[in-house]
Ligand binder design. Structure first.
Ligand SMILES: NC(=O)c1ccc[n+]([C@@H]2O[C@H](COP(=O)([O-])OP(=O)(O)OC[C@H]3O[C@@H](n4cnc5c(N)ncnc54)[C@H](O)[C@@H]3O)[C@@H](O)[C@H]2O)c1
Length: 327
């Protein structure tokens, strides 16, 4: 039986998911909806028998879908997941879960109640480098971690405004925060300092901070900082360095580098993390086996709690304890 998938959102990340879905057997995209009908129609022309719809509700009324991908800006989730939960339809949603905590917390409770199958686009977990680090770190004692997302400013209108994206730490650096949770453990307290240095003066309408650093305490007793900037002219470091008694582990999108007392070993990534993420979700839909899904809605909420707490700390100037994270 061919699985029928629907898409909400026809932007860059939706297209990336479709590229991977098109290489999987027994899957088709049957419907598209977004804010522009012309874009949905264009996307639908690329899939046999796919149709474009004015709304998610129309799409669900017209088609029997096995799952829906939600690929909308962070501030645009209102009413989407809810409709899928109402109808018991599994979904893969892109990170971050939103720009507030109330909606994701409410949705997580309903998803838990229904045991609904979900996956969240934290694709860094699916990197070979992350998987290898997870295996090797089992034999170490972790002291501290340093994370980075040092890059340029994306220019999507929703990205440059705090209301639309939640800011860089919530929208982008959430990947590194999530990776820290995945590899080291729960984050119990954060203290953040952000600033507006350049971009609000050079990009019309931009109001997100363009530098920030977040100090964290973890449940295992280790400490971390994760820093980000979007004011530099080129991409610099994006990744996580973990300092242990056995050596240093540098996790990047391309590889893992492990430096011990006398050797440096580099493990280059062989597989595509977004392919792995899509394959695991489709396999779970087909077989009910969820073990390949490395990040579901409930787990992702914990990452979102941390990045939102960082925003609160930056605003108030005070450390913030994360509820329910083993503090
Ligand atoms: N996993 C990753 O590495 C990764 C990479 C890029 C983007 N993302 C995330 O994916 C999401 C989308 O990013 P993008 O770059 O594709 O954005 P985009 O601006 O390219 O596309 C957004 C799409 O959402 C649609 N949309 C907006 N509001 C909507 C609404 N209320 N109802 C239905 N459709 C709506 C728009 O029509 C558009 O098609 C963001 O949350 C972003 O953080 C994740």
């Amino acid at each position: 039986m061919t699985l029928q998938i629907g898409f909400v959102g026809t932007g860059g990340i939706a297209r990336a998911h479709q590229n991977h879905l098109s290489s999987l057997e027994g899957v088709t995209v049957a419907g598209f909806t977004g804010t522009r009908m012309a874009h949905s129609e264009k996307a639908a022309r690329e899939w046999k028998d796919a149709r474009a719809y004015e709304s998610l509700e129309q799409m669900l009324d017209d088609r029997r879908l096995d799952a829906v991908y939600i690929c909308v800006p962070p501030d645009s989730h209102d009413g989407l997941e809810e409709l899928l939960i109402d109808r018991g339809i599994p979904f893969l949603v892109e990170k971050p879960l939103g720009t507030d905590l109330a909606l994701p917390r409410r949705l997580a409770a309903r998803i838990r109640e229904q045991n609904l199958l979900t996956s969240v686009g934290y694709h860094w977990r699916y990197l070979d480098s992350a998987q290898k680090a997870k295996e090797l770190l089992l034999n170490t004692k972790i002291g501290m971690s340093l994370g980075y997302w040092m890059g340029t400013m994306p220019r999507a209108p929703w990205w440059i405004v705090q209301k639309g994206s939640g800011g860089q730490f919530v929208e982008q650096t959430t990947h590194i925060t999530d990776l820290l949770r995945y590899l080291v453990g729960e984050i119990t307290e954060v203290y953040a300092a952000y600033s507006h240095r350049v971009m609000h003066e050079v990009v019309e309408g931009a109001d997100v901070s363009d530098v920030g650093t977040v100090t964290m305490k973890l449940a295992d007793g280790s400490v971390a900082t994760i820093s980000n900037t979007c004011l530099i002219p080129n991409y610099h470091t994006v990744g996580l360095d973990i300092y242990t008694n056995d050596g240093i582990y540098e996790i990047r999108e391309a590889c893992l580098k492990r430096a011990t007392a006398d050797t440096v070993t580099q493990y280059n990534n062989q597989t595509k993390p977004m392919y792995n993420e899509n394959e695991a979700f489709i396999r779970a839909l087909r077989t009910g086996d969820r073990s390949g899904i490395l990040s579901d809605y409930e787990d992702s909420l914990k990452t979102h709690e941390v990045t939102m707490a960082a925003n609160e700390s930056a605003r108030t100037g005070l450390p913030v304890t994360i509820p329910g994270n083993g503090a």
